[in-house]
Design a protein around this ligand. Structure first.
Ligand code: SF4
Length: 84
């Protein structure tokens, strides 16, 4: 039987909660009869997503409550050098 486990894929600082958060993926490990298969990654979440969803501000795609906003993609856009 396959096993499921939430694993950390990266840690990022989030402005929404002003602290570092763990971004996790649900890994599905194959049954023992298929030992050489890599785990499959399914759903993604933030370890602060539940508490974040309780605040008065809309959360993000990592909490599953606002699929139109990913704070880390916004941060990447800010760091891109401007074309001259
Ligand atoms: S759910 Fe999104 S906005 Fe809330 S703490 Fe996690 S990454 Fe930040």
């Amino acid at each position: 039987m396959a096993d499921k486990e939430w694993i950390k894929i990266k840690t990022r600082y989030c402005d929404h909660v002003n602290e570092a958060v763990d971004l996790q993926a649900e890994a599905v490990f194959p049954a023992e009869v298929l030992p050489d298969q890599p785990p499959r990654l399914g759903a993604h979440r933030c370890d602060q997503g539940y508490l974040c969803s309780l605040s008065d501000q809309a959360a993000c795609v990592w909490a599953g409550t606002n699929p139109a906003f990913d704070p880390f993609l916004e941060n990447l856009d800010k760091k891109k050098p401007k074309a001259q």
